[in-house]
Write a protein that binds this ligand. Sequence first.
Ligand code: SF4
Length: 368
Amino acid sequence: MLTSETEIPKAKESDPKIGNFTKSTPASKIQRGKLKITVGIPRALLFYKFYSLWTTFFEELGAQVILSPKTNKKIKTTGISCAPDEDCYSTKLYYGHTMALKDKVDYIFIPRFQSEHKTNIGCPKFIGLAEAMRSMHPDLPPIIMPTYSKAKLGHGKWRIVQIVFSIGRMFTKNPFKIIRAAIRAFRSHKLWKQKKILSPKELADWKQDKIFVNHPPDLKDNSIPLKIALVGHSYMINDPYASLNIKQQLIDAGVNLITSEQMPREIIEEQMEKLDFNMYFDYERELLGTVMHFLEDRSIDGIIHIIIFSCGPDSIVGEMVSQFSKRNPIIPVLQLTFDELTGETGLRTRLEAFMDMVNRKKKRKRSA
Ligand code: SF4
């Protein structure tokens, strides 16, 4: 199985030539003619978990989905200047991505998504972003902002039906088209998850060197690749600019990589059962569960944990990872904090030092 960020959708990136009609153009006229309603989706945060669901749904409804460009210097600078100072780095980037779509689309899609689990929640930032964005930047196009929270508001299937129809009616009066769009979107999301998340059997095969689960390591000689788990939020490790291309840097350095988002859910939940409290931040469970699993089973050579600066949930998990790794020091753990000031040279130096240490440890273990 090979997975890479090239799986990110084919929807168009923002293009100044697109969206060449005014917001007052009636939707009926747009649909009768050649023009399609454009929906902008910022390429940040939950986009990396739900892009397949969202893009399929809007495209099946007949809209044209415009993604913000991949993160770049301009997006970062804009984000930093538009977002509240105290926000985490990833949220600041989200502001930059949203502003990149500002004059190019008819609507921007910023869901207020809190949880898909009965007790666990996502980050509170996810639910507040749309309102914060609208009040701080009233010149943005209309924001499509459905609310969904299983944990706090008890939402379930009926709520999904309500959301599907309330958005669907903005694009078509045909209920069958709306239902078909939703079915295809959920099917596409399920397939994406199956492709991205490993089964326990695939994980076992990776541990036994039967398969690669990312690009094969770039080995310069006949050396044996190091097995490293890269642990961090999907919106950081899959964003080459924000993460300073850490995935590629590791592959180029001969690492056989697995990431926390690829870990089988059964294994994560098995680890969470061992805690004497409920880790209720849903996405942090993935990070902590991955670290706990590999510290316990020792099938890899090292763990790299990415912490996002100013992230509350990350600071809790960061401390726990540090405590667990002190109790179980056989597997080296490197913790890296990323923010807008993190530089590529500094990162490379820290990665090289870590890899040297892991390599020496591996050689000692083999010769013992
Ligand atoms: S979980 Fe952390 S990094 Fe992600 S949006 Fe929330 S505060 Fe930011």
